[in-house]
Structure formats: structure tokens, C-alpha cells
Design a protein. Sequence first.
Length: 84
Amino acid sequence: MGIVWTILVGLVVGVIAKLLHPGKDNMGFIATVLLGIGGSFVAGVIGQAMGWYRAGEGAGFVASVVVAIVLLVVYGRLRDGSPE
């Protein structure tokens, strides 16, 4: 059940990040889920390093969305190849 929960939360976080990020993002369903899962994972790692979360504790929803937006910006820059 944990994998299903991770995929569902990843989907919600990825969709919200895509809605909040301006511009058009040509990402499919799987890429959106991976974006959300990546945002949650990176937010958890950063939160543990900053002392906000304990080991094994998941990241907060808002932090996951914010990091997913940052990942979406980085993905867009790498895809377009633009330096700015």
C-alpha cells in the first residue's frame, strides 16, 4: 500500500506544481508523477539536513510542492538549453 500512496501523493504534488508553474510543460502522466515523487524526496532530504524532519519522516506537502516547482524550472532550463 505504501507504493500506491507514494504514487498518488506524487501525482497530486506534480499536478499542483505544474499548475502553479507558469508556461507550458510538455510532460506526460508518468513524468508528472516522477516530478511529484522527486519533489517529495528532495524536500525530505533537505528537511532532514535542516533538522525539520526526523529520519523516516515524510516531507510536508507545501515543501514537496515548492521543491517540485524548483525541479520543474530546472527541467525546463535543461530541456531548452537556455543559460538563464
